[in-house]
Design a protein around this ligand. Structure first.
Ligand code: SF4
Length: 450
């Protein structure tokens, strides 16, 4: 299937809807006392997912959109780890029930920037403070350039481990333009070592829209990586926001692809991975048939959270570390991103909350609709209305927002079902935005759809 380039949708800036309301709606009026209430309300029947943010990298890739830095001393890193452990203990003390932890995710930055023993000590601290399900999965984002044999053997010591390797593009000419030199042999070697150590899950991240990248580059990267047979891929479009991420100013804008070319590159990645037997999952993930993400997708259990698409069934996500975000039925909470302020809040006996948002009733309904659209490309509004105890008529304003998109053939409304057409699938974020009561308030702060 060839995708149709529709500039009015492709060039629109729309949230990625990894949460609803999106993080642009968070504010400082939601703070520590609200967070303590939410933690205290976690019940025995709840399941937990834990996210740990490691905001350090060895070098800065110029395309990076993450909250990270290159630390100027080892002491800075060790201080951060001590503060992180303090936070884990303090938050753990606020959760009175022994709700089971089913998923732990280390993100960054580069979690394997930390020496293996320190990474293991953080995992042990989590295990001391929380009640881990024996089947809990520990997933770690890793930079293949610094993933040592010791890291691999340490991680392989846990029951269920998944490692996500950042690859982006395999060609040296593109790598030079993004300040990330990473020979393909290094990635290949790491995959072999992970398999030999018995690591259960291997993911790879690729990108399109990078400076100097062409359809041929994307195809080559997808083919060479798919030949290594990871279980899953995520393929993200580069978001150029130099006013927000200052290091992106090092990127030569004249080498960036335009809208149609970006769509062609996304399509090339998609077609290549499908050709290698991967199934597309949502807007940017691919999985081997048999992988748990594929099964969750086939069975309608796919979820979307800050890490993208997930099988994580947890009812609450607790974030640890600077800038991390927690997600609860009642709302979202974000930690202080500034490392000094993060440390000071914990050293003075508090929790390092910077901002958050309480989800209103109408936002909760929209959250349910948007998550289903983003995961399944369709939603049964009657089902959501029944679950949320409301009339389907509450969606009438959103349905009228969909009218121009129906005329353009990207969505079909056959009430109670709203469904993206095959032509509309790349524009599912635009469709979801019709249910977003905040959309348009601050659209320039989001990334482009394609
Ligand atoms: S390794 Fe990852 S987190 Fe670190 S700078 Fe590069 S892209 Fe950003």
């Amino acid at each position: 299937m060839m995708t149709t380039y529709l500039p009015q949708y492709a060039l629109a800036t729309v949230p990625r809807y990894t949460s609803y309301p999106p993080a642009t709606q968070f504010h400082s009026g939601v703070g520590e006392s609200v967070y303590r209430d939410w933690l205290g309300a976690i019940g025995l029947q709840d399941t937990l997912s834990l996210y740990v943010h490691i905001p350090f990298c060895q070098t800065l890739c110029w395309y990076c959109g993450c909250h990270t830095s290159v630390p100027n001393s080892n002491e800075r890193v060790l201080n951060y780890v001590e503060t992180l452990k303090l936070e884990i203990a303090r938050v753990g003390a606020c959760v009175s029930s022994s709700a089971k932890v089913v998923q732990v995710h280390f993100g960054g930055g580069t979690p394997n920037f930390l020496p293996p023993k320190i990474l293991a000590a953080i995992i042990e601290t989590l295990m001391e403070q929380f009640n881990f399900d024996p089947g809990a999965e520990i997933s770690v984002e890793a930079d293949p350039r610094s993933l040592s044999k010791e890291h691999i053997s340490t991680l392989a010591g846990y029951a269920r481990v998944r490692v996500s390797l950042g690859v982006q593009d395999v060609s040296p000419d593109v790598q030079k333009l993004i300040n990330r030199i990473q020979p393909f042999e290094e990635v290949q070697g790491v995959v072999e070592q992970l398999r030999a150590a018995g690591v259960e899950g291997i993911n790879m991240d690729l990108m399109y829209g990078l400076p100097g990248q062409s359809v041929a580059h994307v195809r080559k990267s997808a083919s060479m990586c798919a030949a290594l047979e990871p279980d899953r891929f995520a393929v993200f479009g580069y978001a150029h926001v130099p006013w927000f991420k200052k290091h992106q100013r090092a990127i030569d804008e004249s080498r960036l692809a335009g809208g149609q070319e970006r769509l062609d590159q996304a399509e090339a990645a998609r077609a290549t991975l499908i050709g290698f037997g991967y199934a597309p999952i949502g807007i940017d993930h691919f999985a081997k048939p048999g992988d748990s993400l594929f099964k969750a997708h086939s069975e309608g259990r796919l979820r979307r959270n800050f890490q993208g698409y997930t099988v994580d069934p947890a009812s609450a996500l607790i974030g640890f570390g600077a800038s991390s975000i927690g997600s609860f039925q009642a709302g979202y909470i974000q930690n202080e991103p500034h490392l000094g302020k993060y440390r000071d809040a914990l050293k003075s006996g508090g929790l390092p909350v910077a901002r958050g948002v309480v989800v209103s009733q109408s936002e909760r309904r929209a959250r349910a609709v948007i998550e289903r659209l983003m995961c399944n490309y369709e939603v049964d509004l009657q089902q959501v209305a029944d679950e949320e105890n409301c009339e389907i008529s509450v969606f009438l304003p959103a349905i009228s927002n969909l009218e121009p998109l129906c005329s353009d053939g990207i969505v079909e409304v056959e009430l109670p079902v709203v469904r993206a057409t095959p032509k509309g699938r790349p524009y599912i974020r635009n469709i979801a935005a019709c249910f977003d009561e905040h959309y348009g308030e601050s659209e320039q702060r989001y990334s482009r759809v394609v």
